[in-house]
Ligand binder design. Structure first.
Ligand SMILES: Cc1cc2nc3c(=O)[nH]c(=O)nc-3n(C[C@H](O)[C@H](O)[C@H](O)COP(=O)(O)OP(=O)(O)OC[C@H]3O[C@@H](n4cnc5c(N)ncnc54)[C@H](O)[C@@H]3O)c2cc1C
Length: 409
């Protein structure tokens, strides 16, 4: 069933949040199903050949989901972060790489929507994302700097109304397939490493020269190769707000919510296989549960925790979504960073239990109960901005915030 797209323009208060979500579910449900079907059909080949999931992303374009977050006034559907994360979860169940590409693209679009409004350049780009269904990639990792996103080496050079940037971009997922890149950079040659800006650049303003391939254990379809990124174009490509604010208020929360939802989808797909395996084994044994059943229960339990963690974090984000001060607070930043750490660990734990529930049938790479791909894909989660780095970064902040006196704050 397709609900008229204009329904999204009605304010939540007029229709009740619960109903709004249900209606949105109806609006995006069919579209998501079409993309997930395409993603599932090519998931194995995408993994085996480490190739871009073209059919899935083409379907997302066709269904106008790449521009779904763009405000209605600029040609999109004005979709919310809960709408986006629901799709990340559904795609994660079908194909991890498609889900992660969708999650990363939507994080970049969130930066445009939340920090580009009022800037002619960024509003024009938003219109293009909605009309042309442009796919945006991300460049944060640089040189040997790993996941230290809040420090940049390459600086913007200004030549009157033009700027240029040359960046050793160690990893840009689907860089070769994207229509645009959102990149961080040092503000100027004499600026400190942490004095950063964000730029949104379309393909006509950059070149990519491949420096590193992407032959990895999992997430093979994200095609996260390394490139030398050279940008030249109008100074207006730089967001008006400094990256420190964009990072705290949008980049980190939206990335962590979307990534976690994609990982939860991968975990759910593994649980699905384990459930089918245990059911089949129990049927074959006249109702007697196989010994691996306890691992299936443990997998379900871990998935339940993971979903609860994500939905609680979505609620927390929704409560402060338009309050920059609260979003930047130590408490919120700790919570949203811990979401990433915990969700990534739980996704691996879930997939691991699912594999042990299936035993050899889960371990082998062929057969209907193989869980190898899910486990390999999930293993990327703890190191996509390394959990060790996050935990050591927030150690001081956690010391400063008190121990809760009640279950609910
Ligand atoms: C699937 C996938 C897609 C990606 N896509 C993109 C993309 O599109 N664009 C992009 O820019 N980047 C991308 N990345 C890169 C990602 O954002 C991180 O930069 C990268 O995962 C960090 O890699 P690293 O482990 O080499 O770096 P580091 O974070 O430097 O970690 C290296 C090692 O040091 C340890 N370590 C680091 N800091 C600490 C600390 N403080 N305390 C203790 N130990 C520490 C870690 O445990 C780890 O063992 C992607 C990564 C993955 C896995």
């Amino acid at each position: 069933m397709n609900v008229p797209e204009t329904m999204l323009e009605k304010p939540a208060a007029e229709r009740g949040i619960g109903r709004l979500l249900t209606d949105r579910g109806a609006l995006f449900g069919e579209r998501t199903k079409a993309v997930a079907t395409a993603a599932a059909a090519e998931a194995e080949a995408v993994d085996r050949e480490a190739r871009f999931p073209k059919a899935a992303i083409d379907a997302a374009r066709e269904q106008k989901l790449l521009g779904m977050q763009i405000p209605v006034a600029l040609g999109g559907f004005g979709a919310s972060i809960p709408d986006i994360t629901e799709i990340c979860y559904t795609l994660g169940r079908a194909c991890a790489s498609s889900a992660m590409i969708f999650a990363m693209h939507q994080t970049k679009v969130a930066c445009l929507v939340r920090h580009g409004t009022g800037s002619d350049y960024h509003e024009a780009l938003m219109r293009r994302v909605a009309a042309e269904q442009l796919l945006l990639a991300s460049s944060t990792t640089e040189g040997q700097n790993g996941g230290n996103i809040r420090a940049s080496a390459a600086a913007i050079a200004r030549h009157e109304a033009e700027i240029s940037l040359v960046r050793s971009a160690t990893v840009i997922s689907y860089g070769a397939e994207a229509d645009g890149i959102v990149s961080i950079a040092r503000r100027a040659d004499d600026a400190a490493a942490s004095d950063q800006v964000l730029l949104a650049v379309t393909k006509d303003h950059y070149t990519l020269e491949r420096t590193l391939g992407w032959e990895t254990l999992g997430m093979r379809g994200t095609c996260s190769a390394g490139f030398e990124l050279k940008i030249t174009g109008p100074a207006a490509m730089v967001f008006p707000e400094g990256y420190d604010k964009i990072h705290a208020q949008t980049m980190t929360p939206v990335a962590h919510l979307c990534w976690s939802s994609a990982w939860a989808g991968i975990a759910a797909a593994a649980v699905d296989r384990a459930q089918r395996f245990i059911r089949k084994a129990a049927r074959g044994a006249g109702g007697q549960m196989p010994p691996g059943a306890a691992h299936y229960t443990a997998a379900k339990m871990a998935l339940t925790k993971l979903r609860a963690l994500i939905t609680a974090s979505l609620d927390l984000y929704a409560a402060h979504e338009y309050d920059g001060h609260r979003l930047s607070s130590l408490d919120f930043q700790s919570a949203i960073n811990l979401l990433k750490v915990e969700a990534s660990e739980l996704a691996v734990e879930t997939a691991m239990h699912a594999m042990r529930a299936c035993g050899l049938s889960g371990y082998r790479n062929d057969g209907e109960f193989t869980v190898g791909r899910h486990l390999r894909d999930a293993l990327s989660a703890p190191l996509m901005i390394n959990n060790d780095r996050i935990l050591s970064n927030i150690a001081t902040a956690s010391l400063m915030s008190g121990v809760p006196a009640a279950l609910r704050d």
